[in-house]
Design a protein around this ligand. Structure first.
Ligand code: SAM
Length: 296
């Protein structure tokens, strides 16, 4: 740790005072003030001088600084115009950082990543604004960028949902949406006491590593995700009731669902949260295959 680190509580206070900055809760602004935790994030991300990093929401640059010291280059998107002059000040010692003043969800990622002047592993590392954690994650997972890894901080409860195993309460359509593309593990827990202002709940660092191919081979991705959403729509109902609720209760639909479940060897009395990704894949493929015989 370096005494001049942006993230020390005293330096953070000094920076906020110098620029007369006040936090905007609506932008999910909770700044990290613990250089040891920032260092652990960088270590978890296994960043070295070949790594290109995208950061979302640099704030006053606490994490950005640690990334800049280790990575090849850092591209950071910050929505709050008041932070742009602050970042120009705090990050002035680092020549391998580009700050883009924009809502990351509206950014043209492929154009912006032209900033990276050499090819290397691409990682998203961020202390995410909690109000849009899921949209940001899905945006990167579904983008054409092929992000290799994401090491992201979020509310502990959301991290638990994403890394959940079948049969647990936390397992749901978000688990599947992420684990379809990435292997997910919770790296470590971050107590709420190391942020200013303090959030109400603890946070967790989630590590997502892209799978070489999606977790299951499905013939129609859109329908696969529709099925997983349908299976969890009514939490305490059986898979059968959830499927009728989402796809329809008429005879043709019933028979299509029944046949497909039978062929996929999945008991309709089970609950959605007990099905593994592989089972969802199998059922989705049977539903697709039998679609042509469905008279609706
Ligand atoms: N990285 C800093 C840290 O760890 O101390 C700040 C993290 S703070 C939880 C989230 C940051 O994301 C804030 O700086 C906020 O202004 C920014 N932010 C919120 N919504 C954003 C969006 N849609 N696009 C880019 N940045 C956003």
């Amino acid at each position: 740790m370096n005494n001049k680190d942006i993230a020390t509580p005293s330096r953070t206070k000094e920076i906020l005072q110098k620029h007369g900055f006040s936090f905007k809760k609506s932008l999910g602004q909770n700044f990290l003030t613990d250089p040891n935790i920032l260092q652990r994030i960088v270590e978890t991300a296994e960043i070295d001088e070949t790594t290109n990093v995208i950061e979302v929401g640099p704030g006053i640059g606490a994490l950005t600084e640690h990334l800049a010291r280790t990575a090849h280059q850092v591209l950071a998107f910050e929505i709050d115009d008041r932070l742009i002059p602050v970042l120009a000040d705090t990050l002035s010692p680092y020549s391998n950082v580009k700050i883009v003043h924009q809502d990351v969800l509206k950014a043209d990622l492929s154009a912006e990543t032209a900033y990276f002047d050499q090819v290397g592993p691409l990682k998203v590392v961020a202390n995410l604004p909690y109000y849009i954690t899921t949209p940001i994650m899905m945006y990167f997972l579904e983008s054409k960028l092929n992000v290799d890894e994401m090491i992201v901080m979020m509310q502990r409860e959301v991290a638990d949902r994403i890394s959940a195993k079948p049969g647990t309460k936390a397992y749901g359509s978000l688990t599947i949406a992420v684990q379809y593309y990435m292997q997910a593990t919770t790296a470590f827990i971050v107590p709420k006491t190391v942020f200013i202002p303090q959030p109400n709940v603890d946070s967790a660092i989630l590590r997502l590593v892209r799978r070489e191919t999606p977790a299951v081979a499905v013939s129609n991705e859109k329908e696969f995700f529709r099925l997983t959403k349908a299976a969890f729509a009514l939490r305490r109902k059986t898979l059968w009731n959830n499927l009728l609720h989402s796809y329809g209760k008429d005879e043709a639909t019933r028979s299509w669902l029944e046949t497909s479940l039978q062929q996929a060897e999945i008991d309709p009395r089970r609950r959605g949260e007990t099905l593994s990704l592989e089972e969802f894949g199998r059922l989705s493929n049977q539903l697709e295959q039998n679609k042509k015989t469905r008279e609706v």
